[in-house]
Design a protein. Structure first.
Length: 194
């Protein structure tokens, strides 16, 4: 009788162990399945292009309106890469009253394009690259914009400064906003070509 009880106990322990093992196996399979789904979802997410990044940020709404009015959406959505020194809404608000409205008029399309493309440089220049170029060039580094003019980059109190063709200055207030076709550096003032 004692032997039957012992064998019965082993069988019971074996069944419990097997049952637990099957439950753990089922849980593992569920975890693997949901992990696979999460990985597939993550793989689908892509970084938007420069226009998409700017459009997703309410602080660039004036810039996006201007880019759209100038017909530059397709250009700035292209392969690039581009570096955009993007004035935020506060930068546009610093302009004299009526300047933005005047630039948005159809008869001023070429001037608007010139102002906007003056903020764009061909190539991808992240903050580290810009700072390195400034330091290697005696504190000033000139870049040619898509508009054809130049902007001088320098450092002041550890921040990248832009000096436009008229001597106006802007400060980079947010660097290295990634886009699929380049990088955006937000600036606090609109820079102007000659």
């Amino acid at each position: 009788m004692k032997l039957v009880k012992t064998i019965g106990a082993f069988v019971l322990v074996g069944l419990i162990t097997a049952s637990c093992g099957q439950k753990k196996e089922a849980e593992s399979t569920e975890l693997i399945d949901s992990t696979a789904v999460a990985v597939e979802t993550t793989a689908v997410v892509e970084t938007p292009n420069i226009v998409g990044v700017a459009a997703a940020n309410a602080d660039f709404s004036t810039l996006v309106t201007a880019v759209t009015a100038a017909g530059l959406v397709e250009t700035l959505s292209g392969d690039g890469p581009f570096t955009v020194f993007a004035p935020n809404n506060a930068a546009f608000a610093k302009l004299p009253a009526g300047t933005v409205d005047n630039l948005l008029k159809p008869e001023n399309l070429e001037k608007l394009k010139a102002v906007l493309t003056y903020h764009v440089v061909a190539g991808k220049f992240d903050a580290a690259t810009v700072i390195d170029a400034i330091n290697k060039n005696n504190g000033k580094y000139s870049v040619t914009t898509v508009q054809g003019g130049t902007i001088v980059l320098s450092l002041k109190d550890g921040k990248v400064m832009l000096t436009d063709a008229n001597g106006g200055t802007a400060t980079v207030i947010l660097a290295d906003v990634a886009a699929s076709n380049g990088v955006i550096h937000a600036i606090d003032t609109v820079v102007m070509p000659k």
